[in-house]
Each structure stands twice: as C-alpha cells, then as structure tokens.
Design a protein around this ligand. Structure first.
Ligand code: FES
Ligand code: FES
Length: 251
C-alpha cells in the first residue's frame, strides 16, 4: 500500500453526508469509517455464524484447566530445548522461531532457512516425532519452561548414528538425489518421517511412489531433483533392516 493510499484512507474517515454528492448523501448523520467497519464486521460475523452447521455452532471451546496464561518476554528468557536427545539450555525471546534458535544459537546448520514463511519445507524438523516447519514454530512453544517439559526435536543431524549415515541419507548419496543440496535436509526429514510411520505400522517395505510424493508435497526442490529423491526414498524403504534414526528419533 502506497503513502497516497494511506492518505486516502485517512480522508475517508472524515467523510460525512455533507461532503457527499446529493445522490450519495444518506439521510442519517455522519458516516465514519469506524462505524462502517463495525456494522459490516458485525453483519459478516452474523452471516458466518448462521452458515455454520448446527453441530459446529453449538460446539463449546474447552477452557484450559490451568491458571492464567504465563506472560513471557519481551526480553529473552531461559529455556531448555530437547534437540536430538540432548537438553540444551538457551536464552529465547518470545519472537524467536525454532529455525533461528537451532541455527543461530545452537549452531545446527543442517536445518535450512529458505522462504521463512512456511512455503518451501527447507526448515522441516520433527517435533514430538511429527514433521514440522521450524520457521513457523515459535521456539518457546516447544521449549521446556517452568512446569512445561520440552518437546523432542529431531533435526537432520539426529538422523545418523555417529558416523554411520541413516539409510535414507545413504540412499540420497547412492541415487544422486541432490544437486545444490539446499532442500536435502528438509526432504530427508519428510521422507524419514514417512518411513518411521510406515515402520511403526509394519508397512515400510510397501511404501510406494504415491506415499513418497505425498510426504514431500510441502518440500520444494528448486533444482528439480524429484525423480532421484523419490527413487532414493523408495530404495531405502526396501532395505531389509532399515534402522530407526539416531538420537532423538520418532517414538
Ligand atoms: S523456510 Fe520454513 S517453509 Fe520455507
Ligand atoms: S537439490 Fe537444489 S534445491 Fe533441491
């Protein structure tokens, strides 16, 4: 929005019946922007409520049993992140996203920061075993604070067991499943989560191309290495004894 648009809006708030041409002037008194927004907003809310199915409209929002919400910040507060099985004490500001804390404070540079708005999947990590976008996760939401245990976070550094690569990582190497490699950590975390879920259900060997495509649907590869990425994920799923990830793996 340009400065000119802003000025127009400011002027709009002063519009009144006396400033309108006769054909547009309302018989009532002054029409202000605030009044207009109140009325139109109220009408929209009422319409939305009326259009809800009965069950939804009647549903009640559960009230948390805990006391008043904890107020943190605006400065950094001491917290603990459980990353790849290790508790890490770190100062976190309420505005810090998980990806910035992982990369800038803990030096875990495997997790990449691409779009920083949930659109590319480069920052994919696991939170409590589920693939999550670290750029869209506030670090304090997954950190341990007074009375709140930390959630287990797994980054790409937690996939390998020491110097032994996770089978998926090895398959990415064997199948040449990367070019620049920027998307690779996120791709690995999405594919590994699929494998873990399939393994838990006893269906790892039957993971197919459709499942792999769905698992990496939120991960963009600007180099277009998709065919080899899918090939690698399928090959790793067929290994007879694909072990669970290293530290901090999914439950
Ligand atoms: S950096 Fe998080 S989705 Fe792109
Ligand atoms: S290998 Fe370059 S973005 Fe995927």
């Amino acid at each position: 929005m340009s400065k000119g648009d802003l000025n127009l809006l400011e002027g709009d708030s002063q519009l009144s019946a006396s400033t309108l041409p006769p054909s547009e002037a309302a018989p009532q008194a002054e029409v202000t922007r605030r009044g207009f927004l109140k009325q139109s907003g109220g009408a929209a809310s009422a319409a939305a409520l009326l259009s809800l199915p009965k069950a939804s409209a009647a549903a009640t929002v559960p009230v948390p049993a805990t006391g008043p919400a904890q107020v943190l910040g605006p400065g950094a507060v001491p917290a603990t992140l459980l990353v790849n099985g290790k508790p890490q004490k770190v100062m976190i500001e309420p505005r810090d996203t998980l990806v910035t804390v992982l990369r800038d404070r803990l030096g875990l540079l495997g997790t990449k920061l691409g779009c920083d708005r949930g659109g590319c999947g480069a920052c994919t990590v696991w939170v409590a075993g589920a693939p999550s976008l670290a750029c869209m996760t506030l670090a304090l939401d997954v950190a341990g604070l007074a009375g709140q245990p930390p959630q287990a976070i797994t980054t790409v550094e937690g996939l390998a067991k020491g110097s032994v690569l996770h089978p998926l990582q090895q398959a990415f190497v064997d199948k040449d499943a990367l070019q620049c490699g920027f998307c690779t950590p996120g791709m690995l975390m999405s594919c590994a989560a699929l494998h873990e879920q399939a393994r838990a259900a006893g269906k790892l060997a039957s993971v197919g191309e459709k499942e792999v495509r769905e698992a990496i649907a939120g991960n963009l590869c600007r180099c277009g290495a998709y065919p080899h990425i899918i090939e690698a994920a399928l090959a790793a799923a067929k290994l007879p004894t694909a072990p669970a990830p290293g530290k901090g793996g999914v439950k």
